[in-house]
Design a protein around this ligand. Structure first.
Ligand SMILES: [Zn+2]
Ligand SMILES: [Zn+2]
Length: 278
């Protein structure tokens, strides 16, 4: 369905999700996205979106082979460019400037300092990088290029998943935040991904915290191309709906082509998740 039909889709469903806003868009400043910031804005206008939020990667103290995040100097440029675009496209679309902050339990104070040093329109929290043992560097839990992650046994993967949700609980207690990003995306490229048993104790604790703190959960449509479902999948989404957690539409675009992708499917995805039974 084209974006032109979005109005009728949103009117025919009752669940509150704004499919005219995309709250998760990257830029080339993170070194793994293509297209200029302006091209993302133009793509969003063309799709009929009313609001977009750039949500660029902040990481601190990560030992990884590839740098996929911005320096403070990059963030200066990001804000300068973003302000110009806000002015230029003011009458056509609302543009927010936010951050996807990667939690790192070793760097809490520095992350807090960096987040409070700027005025962000929106803060999304994620956890991509995991120091597997005390002496190892960080494994990238959401990359298809980190072969060590892909080689983990089921038991190892399930242990990491439980730790992942616990870290997210800590992150939303310790960092300012509006939204949790791509909740069940870690290990998504691992062949065992569909079969892992989920750490429900930790997941439910996190969902309760989101509800208590009124933090949104993003429905990240980048999952549809990867596994034919949004992040998080219907089991977790069902629980999130039961908890009345605010839901936010996000494309996680790393290319202007995917801005607002699959948003017209979101009301149906939510309806199906509502009716989901284990
Ligand atoms: Zn990214
Ligand atoms: Zn992310």
């Amino acid at each position: 369905m084209g974006i032109d039909n979005l109005s009728s889709v949103s009117r025919s469903h009752t669940t509150a999700i704004d499919i005219f806003s995309d709250h998760h868009i990257h830029t080339p400043l993170c070194h793994h996205a293509t297209g200029s910031m302006e091209e993302y804005v133009q793509a969003a206008i063309k799709k009929g979106l009313r609001k977009i939020c750039f949500l660029e990667h902040m990481e601190e103290g990560i030992d990884a082979r590839r740098v996929t995040w911005l320096t403070e100097k990059d963030f200066d440029f990001y804000f300068a460019q973003g302000r110009l675009l806000q002015e230029k496209y003011n009458s056509q679309i609302e543009i927010l400037l936010g951050v996807e902050v990667g939690y790192n339990p070793e760097q809490i104070a520095t992350l807090q300092d960096r987040l409070t040093a700027r005025t962000w329109d929106w803060i999304g929290v994620s956890y991509h990088f995991h120091r597997y043992t005390k002496d190892s560097d960080h494994y990238n839990l959401v990359s298809k290029q980190d072969h060590r992650v892909l080689a983990l046994s089921t038991a190892e993967a399930e242990t990491i998943l439980a730790v992942y949700y616990t870290h997210l609980c800590d992150a939303i207690d310790l960092l300012p935040c509006n939204m949790v990003c791509h909740l069940d995306a870690p290990l998504r490229y691992h062949s065992g991904h569909p079969f892992f048993s989920q750490p429900w104790k930790e997941i439910k604790l996190l969902l309760k915290k989101l509800k208590d703190k009124n933090i949104a959960l993003e429905l990240n449509t980048s999952g549809i191309a990867i596994r034919n479902d949004v992040f998080p999948g219907k089991e977790i989404l069902h629980q999130a709906i039961l908890h009345n957690i605010p839901l936010v539409a996000s494309s996680d675009s790393h290319s202007p082509k995917t801005v607002g992708a699959y948003f017209s499917s979101l009301p149906d995805i939510i309806d199906k998740a509502k009716r989901y039974h284990t």
